[in-house]
Design a protein around this ligand. Structure first.
Ligand SMILES: NC(=O)c1ccc[n+]([C@@H]2O[C@H](COP(=O)([O-])OP(=O)(O)OC[C@H]3O[C@@H](n4cnc5c(N)ncnc54)[C@H](OP(=O)(O)O)[C@@H]3O)[C@@H](O)[C@H]2O)c1
Length: 320
């Protein structure tokens, strides 16, 4: 079969022949499409824990099994505790070979009927980012109707699901982005307002114009995280699911404890979270925001787009 894989550490991925997987304990799914996550880019850059080679990229995917269109849950071996994943936890696409291939082998329990209202590309775009957003917003963030929420870096794949889920649930949504066009697109999707995080005064402007928020969901961290403490209300929650901008060196503990802020980490989600997310998406007829659809052989343009940060929504690879 053909697969998109990295041969050795430091190599750029190739789309070439790879042995077709066979495993009697697993089911073999014929892939229709997959989608990029920032994780795939960290793996290409060899900036991810547990690297091994060769490795087929891809956590997201939709494919055909027994004539049914199935969507893949990439969150494997969660364990018994809903509050966090166990020691055996792994994400599809490293250490196990991923979805960017003609075939993918995995445990049947990670296959779910793809929601009928989604196209192949939309179904491919949903799993990893949708799951991460669902848990961060509703399980860890306890977001509920009537609350005000700020979502950072709205151009990102997870961030846009956060926006759609929060609006569907009846929260008032505010966003940040480094790009004015992306802010406008988020407002078109239902956000109340947006602020540019490259403006050093954005947090003070936000506080003056909007007051505080009950919940912040952030995937960036870095120096900008300190601004989030300013705009969350006393007793509010900040959920962090990503570290795109690196370490937080300037956190002021006095602000955290005096405002009684809960800072909570969130990663992916359990099997229950995945089922609940699929139900939520189906019930609310949510369609993922797709930035672009590429043939899998055109993967370089797709990854360049993510690396440049110019995307708005999910970047999808459709099998040729
Ligand atoms: N813990 C988990 O389970 C989990 C799951 C998925 C992703 N992640 C992590 O979460 C992060 C986002 O993942 P993704 O796949 O959604 O990535 P993505 O689609 O590549 O989006 C990254 C986004 O980061 C935003 N950003 C860049 N600089 C920022 C800043 N200074 N402040 C706020 N936002 C900033 C950008 O937003 P604008 O373009 O709007 O400026 C960009 O769109 C990555 O670090 C990823 O590794 C973690």
């Amino acid at each position: 079969m053909k697969a998109l894989y990295i041969k050795e550490k430091g190599d750029y991925p190739v789309y070439e022949d790879f042995h077709t997987p066979e495993d009697n304990d697993l089911v073999k799914i014929k892939m229709l499409g997959s989608a990029l996550n920032h994780r795939d880019l960290w793996i290409i850059k060899a900036q991810y824990a547990g690297l091994r080679y060769p490795i087929i990229l891809g956590s997201d995917g939709v494919g055909i099994h027994n004539d049914r269109r199935m969507i893949i849950n990439p969150s494997h071996n969660w364990g018994s505790d809903q509050s966090h994943q166990g020691a055996e936890y792994k994400i599809l696409g490293l250490p196990d070979n991923g979805t960017m291939a003609e075939y993918c082998c995995l445990d049947n329990k990670y296959l779910y009927d793809a929601p009928d209202h989604l196209s192949d590309a939309e179904a491919a775009a949903l799993p990893l980012a949708g799951l991460t957003a669902y848990r961060a917003m509703f399980v860890k963030g306890r977001g509920q109707k009537g609350q005000k929420v700020l979502i950072t870096g709205i151009g990102g794949g997870v961030a846009l699901f956060l926006l759609q889920f929060a609006i569907a649930e009846g929260l008032e949504v505010y966003v940040t982005s480094g790009n004015q066009d992306k802010i406008q697109k988020a407002i078109d999707l239902g956000a109340k307002a947006g602020y540019n995080y490259t403006d050093s005064d954005w947090a003070s402007n936000f506080s003056r114009e909007e007051g505080g928020v009950d919940l912040v969901v952030d995937g960036a961290a870095g120096e900008g995280f300190a601004d989030l403490l300013k705009i969350v209300k006393p007793g509010g929650i900040i959920v962090n699911y990503g570290g795109t901008k690196g370490k937080i060196n300037n956190l002021v503990p006095q602000t955290v404890f005096w405002k009684q802020i809960s800072i909570i980490g969130s990663t992916m989600g359990s099997d229950k979270d995945f089922r609940d997310m699929l139900d939520f998406v189906t019930r609310n007829k949510i369609k993922p925001v797709i930035d672009s659809i590429h043939k899998i052989s055109d993967y370089k343009n797709a990854f360049d787009k993510m690396d440049n940060g110019t995307q708005f929504g999910k970047i999808v690879l459709i099998n040729n």
